[in-house]
Design a protein around this ligand. Structure first.
Ligand code: SAH
Ligand code: TMP
Ligand code: ZN
Length: 409
């Protein structure tokens, strides 16, 4: 039995992915002997409807001055964040001298929009290397883990905020009650909390189990987010589905009663009921789907290998760490992983130690198959890889099921 991080109720986990390394822990060969692993187990708490990781490595192991994920590597994400900025600005920043706070601002991909518009802003980002990129762009950023104590310091220095937002960060934080209490303190009377994270409904529908990795502690739904923040006097006033990261949800919250609640909230909860997100059986089925996906992917890669084909991974994503370690896929089946992020290049992938090489190596000698680990960026990647298809290359994906494709869509 495990204890729920939200309501402290006990629940029975529904799957273990076995020993997993730090998903973004790309390493040089001399570090292999010290590589850290933890048992990655996921469960659903029936009392508060939160799907969650049972154990997580200490935060400093994941978020530090060597953090390998730079938000700016995706151009489409930059466009997405510009639109998110416009959405906040148009709807929720009506006061004469607005102030906005971002948690997990990374390299400033979204906050740069506020900075350019000369809106008072603050980024709170514990990973010093990515924060430095933002600071060098003139974006006001402090290197800290956000929590209730930091919130009090922020209010003392800047006053209350019109908006507190984050993307792909809220679900990373096990001490979420401290974060929620901090947000409650920071928000002015009409202030809003806006955040986006991969959506549980999409994970269940697409068997996209690679969304589970050390950093992702929570897999949110409108139901679980309402339960969690309701405990802190915050209410979900809107829920807007997003295409990013393979299917996300944008939640808008405010002090209870401060705004009318959009019809979309009840509609989305209906969809969640139809998907069975409030039923244990849904997660038992998810587990069976995950196991099937693993069998099929391994069988396909072994078949290609037996036929003499070459497979290269495309995108050394944090998500790929779960796939590779759970399926036991190593350099025998995947020659290398191509990635555009300099800090990952020349290193080995966590746990299974497949070399990560610059994108140029992919273009230099196209493989027979490219395994699309960055499937959430499929549109952007298909747009730029027409030459690979034209040369006879084929793609492999495992979302929503294992298959080969040789057309952009
Ligand atoms: N918002 C960006 C980055 C997401 S990656 C985007 O969507 O692309 C998650 C980020 O959250 C990392 O940069 C990590 O350092 C940061 N983070 C983790 N815990 C945090 C905390 N307690 N407070 C603020 N940021 C945190
Ligand atoms: P993400 O799925 O966590 O956003 O990470 C995407 C990873 O994929 C990141 O390491 C950069 C890499 N990538 C490429 O190598 N080529 C691309 O065209 C894109 C969009 C991403
Ligand atoms: Zn619970």
């Amino acid at each position: 039995m495990a204890k729920c991080l939200i309501c402290e109720g006990s629940y029975e986990p529904f799957i273990s992915f076995g020993k997993q390394p730090i998903a973004n822990g790309f390493l040089t060969p001399d570090r292999i002997k010290d590589e850290y692993f933890f048992e990655m187990i996921v469960g659903y708490c029936p009392s508060c409807e939160m799907v969650q990781l049972v154990d997580q490595p200490e935060r400093e192991r994941m978020f530090n001055e060597n953090y390998a994920f730079f938000s700016g590597t995706s151009k489409l994400m930059a466009v997405h964040f510009q639109k998110f900025y416009e959405f906040l600005r148009e709807n929720y920043m009506k006061s004469p001298d607005p102030f906005v706070v971002e948690m997990g601002s990374n390299d400033g991909i979204m906050l740069q929009n506020f900075a350019q518009a000369k809106i008072r802003h603050l980024g709170i980002e514990p990973s010093a290397n990515v924060a430095k990129v933002a600071q060098e762009k003139g974006i006001n950023t402090i290197v800290e883990f956000f929590d209730e104590a930091v919130a009090q310091k922020v209010v003392a220095k800047y006053g209350k905020a019109d908006a507190f937002y984050c993307a792909n960060v809220m679900c990373h934080i096990p001490y979420i009650h401290s974060v929620a209490a901090g947000i409650k303190t920071i928000l002015g009377p009409k202030g809003v909390l806006a955040f986006e994270d991969p959506y549980l409904g999409d994970i269940v529908e697409k068997t996209s189990y690679d969304q589970v990795y050390d950093e992702h502690v929570f897999f949110f739904s409108v139901a679980s987010v309402s339960n969690l923040f309701g405990r802190h006097g915050l209410e979900v006033i809107d829920a807007i589905p997003q295409e990013t990261h393979g299917g996300s949800m944008r939640y808008i919250l405010a002090h209870k009663g401060a705004y009318p609640v959009s019809d979309r909230v009840a509609k989305q909860r209906e969809i969640e009921k139809k998907l069975g997100l409030d039923k244990q059986e849904t997660y038992a089925q998810l587990r069976r789907n995950i196991e099937k996906s693993r069998e099929e992917l391994v069988a396909l890669l072994k078949k290609i290998k037996a036929e003499g084909g070459r497979v290269v991974g495309y995108g050394a994503t944090s998500k790929s760490t779960t796939i590779l370690n759970y399926c036991g896929i190593g350099p025998d089946l995947i020659e290398f992983i191509s990635d555009t992020t300099p800090i990952k290049q020349g290193k080995l992938s966590p746990g299974v130690h497949i070399p990560v090489l610059p994108y140029e190596k992919f273009v230099e000698k196209y493989p027979t198959y490219a395994l699309l680990f960055a499937w959430n960026h499929r549109k952007e990647i298909m747009a730029k890889e027409s030459a690979f298809l034209a040369a006879g290359g084929k793609w492999i994906t495992y979302v929503p099921n294992v298959h080969i494709f040789d057309k952009p869509d």
